[in-house]
Every structure is written in C-alpha cells, then in structure tokens.
Design a protein around this ligand. Structure first.
Ligand code: TPP
Length: 681
C-alpha cells in the first residue's frame, strides 16, 4: 500500500496559521448580509457578460442564493490553497454559468482571480474562459460545458473520496462533492448513468443542487421535458427534496439534512433564471446573452445594488473574504495529521518499472501466444500489485475485457476499499466518472469496454484529453478479428477517430511484450488519457529476447530489420503485425528485401524529431501499411502513393480467420500489394 504522504505530497502545502472559524462555527449571516453577498455575485456576472458582449448571466443570477449559502456556510475549503486534497469539491456542471464560479473565486480571495480577470471574461489569455477549465483556473475542479459531464465527473470524485477514505481513514480523507446542475445537465443521457451508479454505490457524500429554473435555451422546459426529477432521483436510490432556491434558510436546512443521508442527495432548488432583471427574469432571454445596459440598470435598482460596474463595497468583500478563509484551521489541522502519517515509500515510478521488468523477463523466458487482452490481464496483475492507485473496472464486460486481475476485490456500497468497479452497461457514465476520479487525485482509473463502444464514451474521452487527465481505457475486441459478433461490434473507423483527438494516446500492441510496454507508457502519461486497443483473438509473441528498453516508446520501431537494403517497408499495428511479418517472408522468397515496422502508437511516433521519425519510417521505395481498419491517418506514414491493406466497408459475422480472408487482410495480399508497387506482379 502506498503511503498517504506520497499520495498527497504534491498537493499539500501547509496552511497559514490563523484564528480560523470551523465550518460549524461559521456565523449565519443575517438576511440582509446574505442578500448583499448574493447580489455581489449577480452584479459581477451581469457586468462581466455585458463587457464581454457574450456569456450567460441567467444562471449565476438565479443560482446566486444557493451558491452563497453553500460557499459561506457549508463548503470546506481554503482559498489560500486550491489544491488542498481534503477540500470539498464543487462542480459547476452547467458550465455555461461560468461567471458564477469566477465571481465566487474572486470574492472568496483566490489569489489569481483578480478583478482584472473578471473584466477580461472570455478574452484570450484570461483565466476566465467561456466555460470553466480546471487546467487553466485554480479553484475550478473540472472542465465543464458539454452538459451532463460535470455531474458524471462528480460521481467519480465521490467514488475516489470513498475509496481513499476507506484506505487512509477519515482523519486524512473526509470531504464532500457538491454539484450545481441545470435542467440541461439532467436532460442529457449521461446523467441517468451517473445517477444510477451513484445511487447504487450509496455515495452519501455526493450532493447535487439542481438549479430548477424551468428554462432552457428554446424557452420553458415544458417544450421538451416533463420528468419529475425528484421522483427520478428517488427511484435511483437518492434522497431528494424540493425547496425554494431563493430562501437561504431553506437551502441551508436542506444542505444540513443532506449531510447525514445514507445515500446521495438531490436538492431541487426552485429558482428564477436571471433573478433581479426587471423585464427578462424568468425567461430564456437571460440565459445566454448580455442583458443590455437598461436591463442592468433596472436590475441594480431592484436588487438595491448601487455600485458601479465591477465595484464591490468593502463590507461585502469582507464577508466573502472571511468565508474564503473559514476553512483554514481545518486545513492546518489536516496538514498536521498528514505530517504525523508514515513516511513515503518508494516512488510510484520505481514500483512501476520493477513490475514492467518482471513481466518482460517472464515473457522472455516463456513466450506466450495469447490475445493481447489476455496479455493485458497478466500485465495488470503485476501493475496493480505495484501501483495501488490503480482502480479498475468494466462496463459489464469484465470477462471479455480482462480488466479484473486475480484477487482484486470489488468496490461496492458495502466495501469502499475494493479496487474493481462494476460500472454496469454505462460506458459514457463510466468514462466521465473516470475523469472525475483522475481529477480528484490519488487514483489512476482504468476500465474497459469493446473498442466499438468508444463512441459511447467519446464526449468524456474528449474532455479528459482536453483537461489532460490520466485515464486508461482498455478497449478490447479491436477489429474484425472479434469474429462472429459481426459488423455491429467490429470497429472500423474507431482507431482513426480516436487518433484524430489531440492529447489522446491510442496504443495497439502486437503481442504480449508490446502490451506491457504500452501499459507502462499509458501509466507514465500523467497528462493524457490513453486507449489500449486489444485483440480478442490470439496473436503470436513476436518479441522474444530480453530487452530493457521500452521499444514502443518511440511510437514505432523496426521489428524485422531489412537483410541489407530494404526495397519495401511494411507497417502494421496490433494483430496485423504478425501478418506483415509473414508477408515479409513471402517477399524475401521472391527475392525482395523488406523490413517490418510495428506502429503501436501514432501519437508517440509523431512526437519524435524529424530525423528520428525519418529513420523509423525508412527510405524503402515502396511503403505498405496493414491494419484491419480504415486507411485514414496512414498517409502521413506511407504517403498517398503507399499501398494500404485494410478495411473500406463494415465487417461481417463469421469466424475471424474467414473474415481476414474475405476482406483480403492476408500475408499473400500484403506481399502482392508490395510487388505490384514494385512492378513485379
Ligand atoms: C451536450 C450539450 N448540448 C448542448 C449544449 C448547448 N447548451 C448550453 S446551455 C443549454 C441548455 C440551457 O438550459 P439549462 O441547462 O436549463 O440552463 P439555464 O438556461 O438554466 O442556464 C444548451 C442546450 C451544451 N452546452 N452541451
């Protein structure tokens, strides 16, 4: 087991000593004080959107009361250290309401969120982008904007908290995850997956505040939706209630009650979008455009807010600042407990290297002809033993994805110490939850489904790539090689589609040795998600000797060198590398010197310098690529005049060997394509 110190080392910084107020001791502001605090949020949101000439004032104005109660009376945090590991998390799932979080961070005293940044809302280089970006703005917990994602991230954060609390104890891990979700968040399908999973896992420290304003972009929600959200959440095992979201005491009472629920809680807060705007409040007109100077003037009058644009009076600033440091004593006490914890053990990096080395040594001693999904399971046995931060799972395909190594116990509502999550048939919710786990810190999530269902995860994979999160997808059944399940299950365009995504590493190892090497690279990619595309069918072990270096690290390498001077370079990935190796033999029988380059990861190859890449690609007159997928993306390696042996249509249902013949992905055809380019047919 890793130690708490190594886990929290990077993030924890000792808090300044102050005479601080504990959460429970915070003074309850009078109604007038509460209103002034909430109105400061409203005014900053109106002013920033007006200045930017774009943005969404409606949500911040409507949810200002809820946010004020949460941040001034409940949330455990310390504005001086946005990365304090044991802070409560606040997720603004409705990311379009970004001015709410920016105004909060500013008023609470987050150092970087100056009034200048608020004035530069949505401008190039500001820390106040259109939608919140956690990798950009200290104090923002996750990147939101695509509706539904934040809520599903929060489920992952709550899972991470429960697991780490079970492992390290409540003295070091004891925090809540709060979400502000809108109608749009709850209409998105991913929310259902997230809600069902959270209810099932009894995530009692997850509290969703629903900004129940009944308005979306097109107008009243009744145009498109008539779900009773309270009943919906209750059906999924949540405690749920409705309150008036402008009644601060009702919000506080509901939050108080939610603290002691046995499962997750929903608080549906009835609010008025654009609260305070004289003619536009309660209508979609406040949702996504500046209010206009007349409306803002009227709103200031209604709210009793006489300050000029962007000005915050001293008393209000003081109230917010004291909320911003109310958690400082709790933070300091936590730092003290952490320093009393056992010393750090060997670094994660060293543990990882030792595990990889042991797997490679075993494979060199006893080569294995196995499916790469099975090789991945063997790799996981060593890796998960060495890296306890790894939490596995599968979207109901555990036996097919081979993601549960022997002995890994299940994470459940009864036992949060388990490290394997049965996500159910919820690929999208799983992917978004994994993002949340990675964001939480202390966890390296990996989980599986079929590669074809990467489409079901894609929105979350994309956000993980944008935010630079280490999430590892084990995507098995990676081609027509899966056989009899047929074209619905056979990925064709998926590798190309995934490779098109910036900051996503797509690995397609060719054998057991490449599989452990790709796992090592995925684990070392601490700023990027990775996909491991793995076969269902067996493949021969092509790498036989003992090799210290990770040859996959260059993205591509010569797995079969030329005899002398190659006329033909054959490029392949995954299960097709063995086909290319056979084709190479056929070419040599015809007197043609050829070499084979395995290309386990395009992105790493692209990262090589020009000279290294040129050496790997080589200078052979003819280049042929073979991959049981579409050609798109390969021309960068083989050129538009290269030959490609792969798929141009959907697959079919049949035993896989028949399919490879039917679609012409055979050594004979690869050799034929090369010979034809050489003019030797
Ligand atoms: C997945 C996704 N689809 C569409 C949008 C565009 N969009 C932004 S806000 C919104 C709906 C707004 O309604 P609601 O969620 O109730 O927010 P409110 O109007 O209360 O601010 C839509 C469709 C989006 N951000 N994400």
């Amino acid at each position: 087991m890793t130690s708490p110190k190594s886990l929290f080392a990077a993030a924890a910084s000792p808090a300044a000593q102050t005479t601080a107020i504990r959460r429970d001791d915070r003074a309850v502001p009078s109604r007038a004080r509460h209103e002034r605090m909430a109105n400061a949020l409203r005014a900053l949101a109106m002013d920033a959107v007006e200045q930017a000439k774009s943005g969404h004032p409606g949500l911040p104005m409507g949810a200002a009361d809820v946010a004020t109660v949460l941040f001034s009376r409940f949330l455990k945090f310390d504005a001086a250290d946005p990365a304090w590991p044991d802070r409560d998390r606040f997720v603004l799932s409705a990311g379009h309401g970004s001015m709410l979080i920016y105004a909060l961070l500013h008023l609470l005293g987050y150092e970087k969120m100056t009034i200048e940044e608020i004035k530069r809302f949505r401008q190039l280089g500001s820390i106040t982008p259109g939608h919140p970006e956690n990798f950009h703005t200290p104090g923002v917990e996750t990147t939101t904007g695509p509706l539904g994602q934040g809520l599903a991230n929060a489920v992952g954060m709550a899972i991470a908290e429960r697991h780490l609390a079970a492992v390290f104890g409540p003295e070091l891990v004891d925090h809540r995850t709060y979400v502000l979700a809108s109608d749009g968040d709850l209409m998105e399908g991913v929310s259902q997956e997230a809600i069902a999973l959270a209810g099932h896992l009894r995530l009692n420290k997850l509290i969703v505040l629903f900004d129940d304003n009944g308005i979306s972009i097109d107008g009243p929600l009744s145009l498109a939706d008539s779900v009773d959200q309270v009943k919906r959440f209750e059906a999924a095992g949540w405690a749920a209630r409705r309150i008036d979201g402008h009644d601060a005491e009702a919000v506080a009472a509901a939050l108080e009650e939610a603290q002691s629920c046995a499962g997750p809680s929903l608080i549906a807060c009835r609010t008025i979008i654009g609260f305070g705007a004289p003619t536009k409040a309660g209508s979609e007109k406040t949702h996504g455009s500046p209010l206009g100077s007349e409306e803002i003037k009227g709103a200031r009058e209604r709210l009793g807010w006489a300050e000029p644009a962007f000005a915050v009076p001293g008393d209000v600033r003081e109230m917010w600042r004291s909320a911003g440091c109310a958690g400082r004593a709790a933070h300091q006490a936590w730092c003290d407990r952490l320093s009393a914890a056992p010393a750090a053990r060997r670094a994660e990096f060293e543990r990882l290297l030792a595990a990889v080395r042991s797997v490679k040594e075993k494979l060199a001693a006893t080569p294995k002809e196995v499916a790469t999904r099975a090789a991945s399971e063997t790799a996981l046995e060593a890796l998960t033993a060495a890296v306890p931060e790894m939490i596995g799972g599968s979207a109901d395909l555990t036996g097919s994805n081979n993601t549960r190594p022997k002995g890994m116990t299940v994470f459940s509502g009864r036992d949060y110490s388990g490290r394997f999550i049965h996500y159910g048939v919820r690929e999208h919710g799983m992917a978004a939850a994994m993002n949340g786990m990675a964001l939480h810190g202390g966890i390296i999530p990996y989980s599986g489904t079929f590669l074809v269902f990467s489409d079901y995860c894609r929105p979350a994979i994309r956000l993980g790539a944008l935010a630079g999160e280490r999430v590892i997808y084990v995507m098995t059944h990676d081609s027509i090689g899966l056989g009899e399940d047929g074209p619905t299950h056979q990925p064709i365009e998926h590798l190309a589609a995934l490779r098109a995504m910036p900051n996503l590493y797509v690995f397609r190892p060719c054998d057991a040795v490449e599989t452990i090497e790709c796992w090592e690279l995925a684990l070392q990619n601490s700023q990027s998600p990775s996909v491991l595309a793995l076969t269902r069918q067996n493949v021969p072990q092509l790498r036989l000797g003992v090799e210290e270096t990770n040859r996959c690290a260059a993205g591509a390498y010569e797995i079969v060198p030329a005899e002398k001077d190659a006329e033909v370079s054959l490029f392949a990935t995954g299960s097709e590398v063995a086909i290319a190796v056979e084709a190479c033999k056929l070419l040599r029988e015809r007197g043609v010197d050829a070499r084979v380059v395995s290309v386990p990861c395009f992105e790493l190859l692209h990262k090589q310098g020009d000279a290294e890449r040129a050496t790997i690609v080589g200078t052979a007159r003819v280049k042929v690529a073979v991959e049981a997928a579409v050609r798109q993306g390969w021309d960068e390696i083989i050129g538009s005049d290269g030959a490609f042996v792969g798929m141009t249509t959907f697959g079919a249902s049949a035993p896989y060997k028949d399919l490879y013949k039917r679609f012409g992905i055979t050594p004979e055809n690869v050799a034929k394509a090369a010979l034809s380019k050489l003019g030797k047919t």
